[in-house]
Design a protein around this ligand. Structure first.
Ligand code: ADP
Ligand code: MG
Length: 399
């Protein structure tokens, strides 16, 4: 789960990490009032969406020249003008995709005088099991571009969880940033605090881009992107409360309510499968036969008929879905339960696209019988390959 920049900065502040002062604002009045509480003379108005590249982005409704999602202002009135322009409009950045994201919240913060911009992030390295710092002198830029063009300018430094953060890690981070003396000390201390926050709050990623050196010789985090391990959120109710559902895919939210693993994709064949491995195999074989999956969906091992029905409804609610493939291997899961779930859902929401069902395993005969006797227009398939070919063909015949 991701949170907004202003929320991430609150979390960082509580660990003593230096961030500029600022206030969240939901409307232009609040934005103006926020500026009144800051010393000035320079303010920064920042669109709060769960995507980066805001500074270089542009608003769909305003055109490319009107300014992006991070703007400088020199008075509270100017803050208000920017706020009024940004709110409720759609910001398009390299990370939002062409549809962009509607801006519903702003952050108004004190402007910093920037002498230098750095990059610093923390993430879990799955290969080593370490939490790793990724550090670069090339701040404020897209790190993927830096990694592509000048990979030698990026240093990765793993921290063994058995020792935790040690002073030498701090020195290595400072060295990678080219800092000496007091600034090296600041960098080491800052890295230690970020690591503490990362571990204590079960983060998955923390990206500070840019970390800046200000005109008065201070290191400060000007941007913060923070993601958390969803499986650990029950330990952090205060973080869970920061969830902004308007930033997430509505179908994914509904799926998480039913404890389904669901990820929306761009294709037109909806998939309902049990087990992540089988789900991936099913997506591969759809691709192999020339189709494109509309989603990844794993209903899990011991799904009930209600859960299957919920999953089916999520798939059919997607207007891009032109056909559905149900591929279930009944192990713990019984095929008759699956069949009942499908029929319950179809009775409730109808079925306007071709449906191919491949059932195999426990109680398969009972499952097939339930579907046959339902009178539903279901194309049945015997194995995975057959099922994929049938759904790709059925969808192809429609267009
Ligand atoms: P994004 O990465 O989404 O574009 P950032 O918060 O990194 O958003 O802002 C983009 C750029 O705007 C930064 O690289 C920095 O140069 C400038 N900026 C952001 N916040 C401030 C601030 N408080 N004071 C001065 N400049 C800022
Ligand atoms: Mg940034």
């Amino acid at each position: 789960m991701h949170i907004h920049e202003y929320q991430a900065k609150d979390v960082l502040r509580s660990y003593g990490v230096p961030v500029p002062d600022g206030f969240a604002a939901m409307d232009a009045d609040e934005a103006q009032a926020a500026a009144g509480k800051l010393p000035g003379p320079v303010f920064v108005v920042k669109a709060q969406i769960h995507a980066g590249g805001r500074g270089k982005g542009s608003f769909k409704e305003l055109g490319a020249d009107a300014g992006g999602g991070v703007r400088l202002a020199r008075s509270a009135d100017e803050v208000r003008e920017h706020a009024a322009q940004m709110l409720n409009n759609t910001l398009v950045t390299v990370q939002t995709g062409p549809d962009g994201k509607q801006v519903n919240r702003l952050y108004v913060e004190a402007g910093s005088q920037i002498d230098k911009e750095f990059y610093l992030s923390l993430l879990v390295d799955r290969a080593t099991g370490f939490t790793s710092f990724v550090v670069s002198t090339e701040g404020g830029m897209d790190i993927e571009t830096v990694a592509h063009e000048t990979p030698e300018k990026i240093l990765t430094l793993g921290v063994d969880p058995a020792t935790g953060f040690m002073p030498h890690h701090g020195r290595a981070v400072a060295k990678a940033l080219g800092l000496t003396g007091d600034l090296a000390k600041q960098a080491g201390a800052l890295a230690g605090k970020l690591y503490t926050a990362f571990m204590a709050r079960d983060m998955e990623m923390l990206e500070i881009n840019p970390l800046v050196l200000t005109g008065d010789g201070q290191l400060r985090c000007l941007d913060a992107k923070m993601g958390f391990d969803s499986n650990a959120l029950s330990r952090h109710p205060d973080i869970a409360e920061m969830r902004d559902e308007t930033e997430e895919d509505a179908k994914e939210i509904e799926a998480s309510r039913h404890d389904l693993s669901y990820i929306a994709l761009d294709g037109d064949i909806g998939c309902m499968v049990n087990g992540a491995g089988l789900a991936m195999g099913t997506m591969d074989i759809i691709k192999y036969h020339g189709g494109t999956p509309a989603n990844f969906l794993d209903v899990g091992g011991g799904a009930t008929a209600e859960k299957v029905a919920a999953a089916f409804k999520i798939i059919t609610a997607d207007p891009n879905v032109k056909g559905i493939l149900v591929n279930i291997f009944g192990g713990i899961m019984r095929c008759d339960v699956i069949a009942e779930g499908i029929i319950t859902a179809v009775k409730e929401v109808g079925l306007s696209v071709p449906l191919v069902v491949r059932l195999e395993g426990t109680k398969v005969a009972e499952g097939k019988k339930i579907i046959e006797e339902s009178g539903l227009n279901v194309i049945s398939a015997d194995d995975l390959d057959d099922a994929a070919q049938k759904i790709v063909k059925a969808v192809g015949d429609l267009s």
